[in-house]
Write a protein that binds this ligand. Structure first.
Ligand code: PMP
Length: 362
C-alpha cells in the first residue's frame, strides 16, 4: 500500500483515518446487509437508520434545537447561493450580504439574479485580509435576512463571533469551518455547508434551518429547490447522496466518540493553527496574508519573498509528502488547510519544513 501524505487540500480534504477504515470494512457488506451503502435503496431499513443517526448525531454535536430542520441536499454550497434567496427573499424585500471574499461575492451575485441584495460591508479594499468590525456593518434593519461567510477558505480569514444583526435572521455559509467549534445555533436562521471539508465527502450539503423561515417559502418553487418540501420529505424527496450522508455520519460519530465533541476539536484546531502562525510570525521570510485578529484556524495563508520561492516551496514540500500547499490563484502564495481531521503531526512536519526551507533559501 502507498503511504498516505499530509493532505493540505482546501477541499475535498483529508478525512479521519478511522472513518476511511470503517468505510473500507463496510464497503462490500454494510453491517450484515449483504451489500454496500453504494448499492442500497435509499428507502431501505439500513439506510433509514444511517440518515436518521447522522441527523441525530449532528443534532447532538451542535446542540441543534427542535425548532430547526436538518437537511441533506445536493448541489454543493453553490446551489445554496441560489436556494437561500429563492426561498427567503420575496420580491418586495431586500437582503443584506457581508462580503469577505470570493465565496460571499458569489453568494450575492446569485442572490441578485433572484431579488434585491445589498452589500452591508466589504473588505475587498484590503484584498479580503480581514473580517469587518461590527461598527463597519451598515445593516438594513428591514432586511429579510443578513448573510455572511463564517470562514473564507481562499483568503484565510474567519469570524471569531457572529455579526450582530438584531432581529434580522442571520444566514451563514459555514462550508469551511462547519463543526470545527461549538456554535449557538439559536443565533442563526439558516446555516449551510458543503460536506467536503469538515463533514466528509463531496456530494452532500448540510442545511440547518429554523422552522419559522420555512413558513414563508413561496409556493410553486421547483420541487428540488423548495426547502419546505425537502424538509417535509426529510431529505428523501428524491434519491439523496446516500454514500456521502453515510460518510458524514461516520465523521459525526468520530467527533462525538473519538474526539469528545466540538469544544475538544476547537482546542485541537486552535493548537494546530497556533503552531503554524507562530512559525509565520517568527520570521520575516514568511508573511501571513490575513490580519492577526481575523486569522482562520482552518486555512492558513502566507506569502514568501517571491513567487519563484513560493513555487519551489510547494514543489519541494510535495517531495516531503506535504501535499496541496499551493495557494488559490486569486491570492497566490501558500495555503495550508488544516481542517478537523488534519493531524497535528502534519503541522509539526510543515513547520520543520518551513524552517529548513528558509535556512536553504532565506
Ligand atoms: N463557500 C465556501 C466558503 C467554500 O469554501 C466553497 C468551496 N470551496 C463554496 C462555498 C462552494 O462550495 P461547493 O463547491 O460545494 O459548491
Amino acid at each position: 500500500m502507498t503511504e498516505r501524505v499530509y493532505n493540505f487540500s482546501a477541499g475535498p480534504a483529508t478525512l479521519p483515518l478511522t472513518v476511511l477504515e470503517q468505510a473500507r470494512r463496510d464497503l462490500v457488506d454494510y453491517s450484515g446487509a449483504g451489500m454496500s451503502v453504494l448499492e442500497m435503496s435509499h428507502r431501505s431499513a439500513p439506510f433509514d437508520s444511517i440518515i436518521k443517526e447522522a441527523e441525530a448525531d449532528l443534532r447532538e454535536l451542535l446542540g441543534i434545537p427542535a425548532n430547526y430542520k436538518v437537511l441533506f441536499l445536493q448541489g454543493g454550497a453553490s446551489l445554496q447561493f441560489t436556494m437561500v434567496p429563492m426561498n427567503l427573499l420575496p420580491e418586495n424585500r431586500s437582503a443584506d450580504y457581508i462580503i469577505t471574499g470570493v465565496w460571499s461575492q458569489s453568494a450575492i451575485k446569485e442572490a441578485k439574479k433572484i431579488g434585491q441584495a445589498r452589500v452591508a460591508a466589504s473588505t475587498e479594499d484590503s484584498n479580503f485580509s480581514r473580517i469587518p468590525a461590527q461598527e463597519e456593518l451598515q445593516l438594513d434593519p428591514a432586511a429579510v435576512y443578513a448573510h455572511f461567510t463564517s470562514n473564507n477558505t481562499i483568503f484565510g480569514t474567519e469570524w471569531r463571533a457572529e455579526p450582530e444583526v438584531g432581529d434580522v435572521p442571520l444566514i451563514c455559509d459555514a462550508s469551511s469551518d462547519f463543526i470545527s467549534r461549538p456554535l449557538d445555533i439559536t443565533k442563526y436562521g439558516l446555516i449551510y455547508a458543503g460536506a467536503q471539508k469538515n463533514a466528509g465527502a463531496a456530494g452532500v450539503t448540510i442545511v440547518i434551518v429554523r422552522d419559522d423561515l420555512l413558513v414563508q417559502v413561496p409556493p410553486g418553487l421547483p420541487s428540488l429547490l423548495d426547502y419546505r418540501l425537502l424538509a417535509e420529505k426529510e431529505s428523501l424527496y428524491n434519491t439523496p447522496p446516500c454514500f456521502s450522508i453515510y460518510i458524514a455520519g461516520l465523521v459525526f460519530k468520530w467527533l462525538l466518540n473519538d474526539i469528545g465533541g466540538l469544544a475538544s476539536i476547537q482546542k485541537m484546531n486552535e493548537e494546530k493553527a497556533r503552531l503554524l502562525y507562530d512559525a509565520i510570525d517568527g520570521t520575516d521570510f514568511y508573511r501571513g496574508h490575513s490580519e492577526p485578529a481575523s486569522r482562520s484556524l482552518m486555512n492558513v495563508t502566507f506569502r514568501l519573498p517571491s513567487e519563484e520561492l513560493e513555487k519551489l516551496f510547494a514543489k519541494e514540500a510535495t517531495t516531503e509528502r506535504l501535499d496541496g500547499l499551493k495557494g488559490h490563484r486569486s491570492v497566490g502564495g501558500i495555503r495550508a488547510s488544516i481542517y478537523n481531521a488534519f493531524p497535528k503531526e502534519g503541522v509539526v512536519k510543515l513547520v520543520e519544513f518551513m524552517r529548513e526551507f528558509e535556512r536553504k533559501h532565506g
